[in-house]
Design a protein around this ligand. Structure first.
Ligand code: NCD
Length: 318
């Protein structure tokens, strides 16, 4: 059975074969995106609406470009300026948009679970572009594609996810995906930034960077998410950098060919040293951005195919 989803709400709903199918198709879109003429008519005639209730630079730009390269009509709703400010609920906004017959709705929201709720109220495909601390599925997929292309495989790798795990939907989606694909994942960070239900994930947890990075193939750094912190999770940024900031010294514990990742936006000199981030021999941070467009094209293409099939069966039934 191929990719069978109607929405892309979280990695937790995907089977390993579905993950592989998205990544295989994304590889083809990487080729398209490297051509002079980056265009296909795959989504021609379809309407994609991007609703971002939280700030975003790269994710929103990436979804917009992905839709345009596939020929969709793409609209960005400026949610700050919308009726939300006048007190309209998320569901009312969704129903209003739904009445305009979109085919793909891309949603980012500060509350965990908000995107799932919205998906129940509309009859188009919904893609989660990040909901609170819950999931950020396209980020985990683009990270997976970046790893697979750099390492030649996406299984039996030692991967360290480091830093502010507790507030990170990127960490959560990656943990689930990398686990499903049978990798060994370690979490590295201060106990104050580890989620309380950590034992559920069956991963190794380290407080010390040198130990945690020992012989890993992939070092994934995370941003300190101050906007989700309501108090003193770290003593000071200087102290945090000293203990957890990725520099050449700490990285020397990883394998010689280990790659360095970061979802962006980066705080240079807080969680990562600028020289490491810019080191083209180690850092794949720019590749992550490139893979992001391709993965989003693949996900929207597959969802649109399922939607067409679904609508065809509904019409046949009438
Ligand atoms: C991440 C996010 O928004 O969750 N960024 C992103 O999508 N590129 C991570 C972060 O904000 O730190």
């Amino acid at each position: 059975m191929g990719f069978a989803q109607r929405h892309l709400l979280g990695i937790e709903h995907l089977r390993p074969e579905e993950i592989t199918e998205i990544l295989d198709l994304a590889d083809q879109y990487v080729e398209l995106n490297r051509r002079d003429v980056k265009h296909s008519d795959t989504l021609a005639g379809l309407t994609q609406i991007n609703m971002f209730f939280e700030n975003s630079t790269r994710t929103q730009a990436s979804f917009e470009l992905a839709g345009k390269r596939l020929g969709a009509d793409v609209m960005n709703m400026a949610m700050q300026a919308s009726s939300i400010k006048k007190g309209e609920t998320l569901i009312d906004t969704a129903l209003t948009l739904n009445a305009m017959h979109p085919d793909l709705l891309v949603v980012r929201h500060p509350h965990s679970g908000a995107v799932d709720l919205l998906a129940q109220k509309v009859n188009c495909a919904v893609l989660n572009a990040g909901d609170g601390r819950h999931e950020h599925p396209t980020q985990a997929l683009l990270d997976a594609l970046t790893i697979r292309r750099a390492k030649g495989r996406l299984h039996r790798l030692n991967i360290a996810i480091c830093g502010d795990i507790a507030h990170s939907r990127v960490a959560r989606s990656n943990l689930i995906l990398l686990g499903k694909m049978e990798n060994r994942v370690r979490l590295v960070g201060p106990p104050t930034l580890m989620p309380s239900q950590i034992s559920e994930f069956g991963v190794e947890v380290y407080e010390d960077m040198a130990e945690g990075l020992q012989d890993v193939d992939v070092v994934m750094m995370l941003r300190l998410q101050r906007e989700r912190m309501d108090g003193g999770f770290i003593p000071s940024e200087r102290e945090y950098y000293h203990r957890y900031g990725l520099d050449a010294d700490k990285l020397s514990n990883a394998k010689d060919d280990a790659i360095v990742m970061h979802p962006g936006p980066m705080n240079r000199g807080v969680e990562i040293d600028g020289t490491i981030a810019d080191d083209i021999n180690r850092s794949v941070i720019q590749e992550q951005v490139e893979m992001g467009v391709a993965v989003r094209m693949a996900a929207m293409d597959l969802l649109a195919r399922n939607q067409r099939a679904h609508r065809a069966t509904q019409t046949a039934e009438i």
